[in-house]
Design a protein around this ligand. Structure first.
Ligand code: ACO
Length: 178
């Protein structure tokens, strides 16, 4: 499998300005199917409990009757809607990650809204502006795919971070757990 086939979405949606602004030796790129080995899930563990996810589970989403929908390859098949990108260190480890997915609305003249989710920077790498670069890169994807706005939910303690990333407080998040 070539590196291009290995990637979740086209690297042409990665902002060259964000790549240029990263610390030396770091790269930003779409999630790859072998990022399990590079510690992708370890980075996500700064967000919440991840569980004991195997490589197969990283690739496989659900088995429904006779149909198997694979996580990575399911997302790749929908890569006009799901964009997960990662920052990789010079040691070839994943040190940051973030996702934007694109919602297709009827309102706003069938407008598109980008939803930012699961922003995570490795504990040892925080404070190096990697979080800021991930958000800038996701905003770039949102703009390039034609979104009229990009939104996200966050905790009160992360509000100053997102304000520094150019977001402003709007509305209230509500949740219902099934
Ligand atoms: N409070 C105040 N300012 C902050 C905070 C904070 N909690 N976090 C970062 N900042 C500031 C930084 O000081 C910096 O300011 P400066 O430009 O004046 O120097 C600016 O925001 C950019 O900071 P980064 O260095 O890019 O932040 P970092 O790489 O550490 O990433 C992040 C921030 C993503 C919140 C990281 O700390 C993290 O992974 N936290 C744990 C997981 C988490 O909470 N993720 C967000 C969940 S919400 C969601 O996913 C939509």
């Amino acid at each position: 499998m070539s590196i291009q086939e290995n990637l979740l979405f086209t690297p042409s949606l990665i902002s060259p300005e964000v790549q240029a602004a990263l610390p030396k030796g770091y790269t930003i790129r779409p999630l790859a199917s072998d990022d399990y080995e590079r510690g992708f899930l370890d980075v996500l563990s700064v967000l919440t409990v991840i569980g004991n996810i195997s490589k197969a589970q990283f690739l496989v989403l659900i088995k429904l009757f006779f149909f198997t929908l694979e996580r990575f390859f399911y997302l790749k098949a929908h890569n006009h809607e799901y964009f997960t990108l990662v920052i990789v260190s010079s040691e070839d480890r994943i040190v940051g990650a973030g996702t934007i997915f694109i919602e297709r609305k009827f309102i706003r003249n069938t407008g598109l809204v980008g939803h930012i989710e699961d922003i995570a920077v490795d504990k040892n790498q925080q404070g190096k502006k990697l979080g800021l670069r991930i958000i800038q890169a996701l905003k770039y994807v949102g703009a390039k795919t034609g979104c009229y706005k990009v939104i996200l939910d966050c905790s009160e303690k992360n509000v100053p971070f997102y304000e520094k990333c150019g977001f402003q407080r709007k509305e209230v998040e509500m949740a219902w757990y099934c």
